[in-house]
Ligand binder design. Sequence first.
Ligand code: BES
Ligand code: MN
Ligand code: ZN
Length: 495
Amino acid sequence: MTIQLSDKPLLEWAGDSLAIGLFEDAVELTGELATLDQKFSGVLKELIAEEEFKGKANTTIFTRVNPGSAVRKLILVGLGKPDALKLDTLRRAAAAVARVAKKQKSKILGFNFPLWNNDPAASAQAIAEGIELALYQDIRFKSEPEDKGSQIETVDLLGFSGQEAAITRANQIVSGVNLARELVAAPANAVTPITLAETAQAIAKDHGLQVEILEKEDCEKLGMGAFLGVAQASELPPKFIHLTYKPEGTPKKKLAIIGKGVTFDSGGLNIKGAGSGIETMKMDMGGAAATLGAAKAIAQIKPDVEVHFISAVAENMISGRAMHPGDILTASNGKTIEVNNTDAEGRLTLADALVFADKLGLDAIVDLATLTGANVIALGEDIAGLYTPDDAVASQLEKAAQTSGEKIWRMPMEEKYFEGLKSGIADMKNTGPRPGGSITAALFLKQFVKETPWAHLDIAGPVWTDKENGYNGAGATGYGVRTLVNWVEGEGSGE
Ligand code: BES
Ligand code: MN
Ligand code: ZN
């Protein structure tokens, strides 16, 4: 499928399906649309009346046009109230159209959409992202896919000529999102610490990044006792991934993105019980997936920022070698941790990754982790929790997320709650009481960052969706990639 930019007048466009975005309560047709309606003998007006179409966001209707016309079908999509128009409204509307067009087996699809904020580049990018994200299909594990996929060959964005760069950017970003989706969706017997490290190496090779994989012995030398404690029961070796993107010339900033990379979380000896969703715990490397997806996109976009992509990858398993609940581990900054729950393993792996990144002398670190069920209880499935003591990094990420359409919400770092992690025998325990469980998890992570401005995103909810949601089909969402790309680029723009 290619997305093309066209300055062909609406009335002259020919193809299978023409999609028209309409604002809420403004569905009486004027100007060009009135002429278009006349051209098709009033079919648009009739359709709007018959279906009682009001232009509400995320509603679509369509109709067949008289045989022999230049356009076979018309698709109307609601955009909500004009003053509430967000970039993400266009992204979602484009996705809704793409799904309808796929069902109709359209080959040539046209879009007549308004601009968001008079910004043709951002608008074209969002529309392209919505189309491409919605048409993504994962058939890797089907011997005979029942869904034959979209037949769309070309998409014309009317009125967007000259916005080639925006489409390229959308393609680059979507390639990263889809990589993240594939990594999260693949089961734990396909994505292992070994294969995740291989994926990092492949990204490095394909896109010219530096890559370093620390093996277990290397991690031992660095004193990464927290990470290695999590890895020790598995038959598979841990892998510590460190990818680096360096721009040409002097970077404006140096940043790190760290992702939790637990390729399967059984819970360890505090094993996940019935109803705990243990069978979904292949998704526990969603942070690492977002990190690698962002690496792939950023390596193509080439911003003026040095970025380190880091993940301490392991499986949390049980065996005769497993951590005992109550074991004391020593992290690479010398802090000792009483593991009062082996199922709070993500923070143990992140602890050593944070210490590693903190020593690189960077301007900021962001980690992403499917860290706690408590975050899902607090914010639901769609919203990531943002935890940081740093207001500047918080607002950078909030801005980046606003543009990407990925929802985040800042949560309090209530220092007093650290009391819940006090241990009688070690420097801290790895879990506190159930109330405020996502906050104590963030406070735990904070113990491992000394120098660098840092933020943590708990993505346990949005990394996966059980049913179709906006431009995400049911399954892995690739959450985080788009926000990370925007964040890094924003830091490189010198604003
Ligand atoms: N990987 C889980 C968190 C999770 C839950 C991710 C739901 C995705 C969906 C994490 O390692 C975990 O088990 N957390 C525990 C912490 C508890 C033992 C303090 C939890 O949230 O129950
Ligand atoms: Mn766990
Ligand atoms: Zn986990």
